[in-house]
Design a binder for this molecule. Structure first.
Ligand code: SF4
Length: 335
C-alpha cells in the first residue's frame, strides 16, 4: 500500500508526539509510519481492535493500540467491545482470557511464542492435585494462567485486585496459584494463609533488594514501586507494592522527584512518555515473551488472519473458566 508524502509526514508527527520522549528520532518514526498507517486502515476495514498490554513496545502502544493497560483493564475492555475481531498484543493467557469473555468473536495472538513463565508453570492436573490435598479450601488463580487452570478454580484475580479478592473470601486458608512470591506478599498484606505453587515470573523474580539500597543512597527522595510478583524481601524494601495500574496511579499523584519501577521495561517506557517531567532511575527488565510481538507481525495477522494464530478453546473449559473470571468481576466490584 502506498501513502502520499503528506500522509506519511502527518503520521510521523503523530508518532513523534509520544515517541520522542523515549528517544525515538523523526527518522525512526518515519520508518514505521507506513506500517502504522496500514495497520490502522486494516483495523477499520475489518472492525478489529488491538488491545495492548503495558509491557508492549512503544511503537505498538502509541502507533496502533486502541486500548492499553494491565490484564484487568484489558479483560474488562475485552468484555465490552463491539469489534468483530480482537488482536491481543500481549501473551497467550491474555488472548485466551479475551476469547473466554468473547466466545463469538475472533481473537488473535500476533506471536505464537508469547508465553509466560507463570502461566506455563502450572497445569490443570496440578490444580486438581492441590484441591484433592486440601478439600474444601477455595481456589484462587492469578490471571496469568491457562484457560484449563482457570476452569479448575473458583475465582480469578489480577495484580490490581488480588488483595481485594483474597480479603473478600471468608476463609482464612486459600489455595492461590501459581505465583509463589505473590502468595507470600499477599499473606503479608492480608494475614491469611495461602497455599501456593512454585512458579515465578522470570522478570520480577530477578530484582534484588541491594540495588534498591544502593540507589536510595544516590536519590534520597526515591520512590520505589515494586510489582507484587517481586520476591518478598524486595517488596519489603518498596514504598508501594501492586500491579502496573497501581504504579501508574502512584506516579501520577506522587510528589517524589524520582522513581524506581521494579517491573518490565514497557511500563517504565510508557510512564516516561506519559510523565515527561518526572525522573525514572535504575534499570528495568525485559520480558522476552511480551517482546515477541511486533508491528510487522500485527500487520501480517490483519492481512492473512492465519488460523494458527487464532485462539480456540474447548467449549466446556471456556464455560468453566468464564465462571472463574465472572466471579472476579463480581468480587472486585468494578465489572
Ligand atoms: S512479565 Fe512475567 S508474568 Fe508477565 S508475561 Fe512476562 S513472564 Fe509472564
Amino acid at each position: 500500500m502506498d501513502f502520499s508524502k503528506a500522509k506519511l509526514e502527518a503520521e510521523t508527527d503523530r508518532l513523534q508526539l509520544k515517541l520522542s520522549a523515549l528517544g525515538w528520532s523523526r527518522e525512526a518514526c518515519l520508518m514505521i509510519a507506513p506500517l502504522t498507517l496500514q495497520i490502522n486502515l486494516l483495523k477499520k476495514e475489518k472492525n478489529a481492535i488491538i488491545l495492548a498490554h503495558s509491557y508492549q513496545t512503544p511503537d505498538i502502544i502509541y502507533g496502533v493500540a486502541d486500548f492499553t493497560g494491565d490484564s484487568y483493564a484489558l479483560s474488562l475492555q475485552a468484555s465490552k467491545t463491539s469489534a468483530d475481531t480482537i488482536i491481543f498484543a500481549g501473551v497467550r493467557f491474555m488472548a485466551q482470557t479475551a476469547k473466554i469473555l468473547n466466545p463469538h468473536k475472533r481473537v488473535f495472538l500476533p506471536s505464537l511464542d508469547a508465553g509466560c513463565s507463570l502461566a506455563d508453570g502450572i497445569t490443570a492436573d496440578d490444580v486438581r492435585m492441590l484441591k484433592r490435598k486440601h478439600p474444601g479450601v477455595p481456589t484462587v488463580c492469578y490471571i496469568n494462567t491457562s484457560a484449563e487452570v482457570k476452569a479448575e478454580c473458583d475465582v480469578c484475580c489480577t495484580s490490581a485486585n488480588a488483595e481485594r479478592i483474597i480479603r473478600a473470601l471468608p476463609e482464612r486458608e486459600i489455595i492461590f496459584v501459581p505465583d509463589a512470591f505473590m502468595a507470600k506478599n499477599l499473606e503479608a498484606k492480608t494475614g491469611k494463609r495461602l497455599i501456593s505453587w512454585n512458579a515465578t515470573c522470570i522478570v520480577h523474580s530477578g530484582f534484588d533488594r541491594r540495588k534498591i539500597q544502593q540507589l536510595r543512597r544516590f536519590f534520597p527522595s526515591l520512590a520505589v514501586l515494586a510489582h507484587s510478583e517481586c520476591p518478598p524481601e524486595v517488596a519489603q524494601e518498596a514504598d508501594m507494592v501492586g500491579g502496573t495500574a497501581d504504579m501508574e496511579k502512584y506516579v501520577s499523584s506522587s510528589n517524589s522527584e524520582s522513581f524506581l519501577l521494579l517491573t518490565e521495561c514497557g511500563l517504565s517506557d510508557r510512564l516516561r512518555a506519559e510523565f515527561p517531567s518526572k525522573r525514572f532511575v535504575g534499570s528495568c527488565s525485559l520480558c522476552p515473551y511480551m517482546k515477541r510481538n511486533s508491528l510487522p507481525l500485527i500487520l501480517r495477522l490483519l492481512e492473512d488472519e492465519p488460523a494458527k494464530n487464532e485462539i480456540s478453546i474447548d467449549a466446556d473449559v471456556a464455560r468453566r473458566a468464564r465462571l472463574c473470571l465472572e466471579r472476579m468481576f463480581e468480587l472486585s466490584q468494578d465489572g
